[in-house]
Design a binder for this molecule. Sequence first.
Ligand code: SF4
Length: 63
Amino acid sequence: MTDHTKRGGACTPNTSIHCSVTNCAHHCENAQYCGLNAIQVGTHEANPAMDQCTDCQSFEKLS
Ligand code: SF4
C-alpha cells in the first residue's frame, strides 16, 4: 500500500499508527495513517491525566 504526503513525497502507510493529523508532514494523505516506521509520544504535562495531555513528538509541520 503506497500513498503520498501533502508535499507529494511517497508515503507508505504504517497500519499500526492510525493518525488524523492531516497537516503533519508525515501523514499519508489518502489514508488515515502515519508514514513513519515508529513515532515518539510524550507529554507536556507534569502529571498527564487524559489523552489531551499527550503529544506526538514526531509531528513535523507542513511547510
Ligand atoms: S508523526 Fe505523529 S502527527 Fe505526524 S502523521 Fe505521524 S503519528 Fe501523525
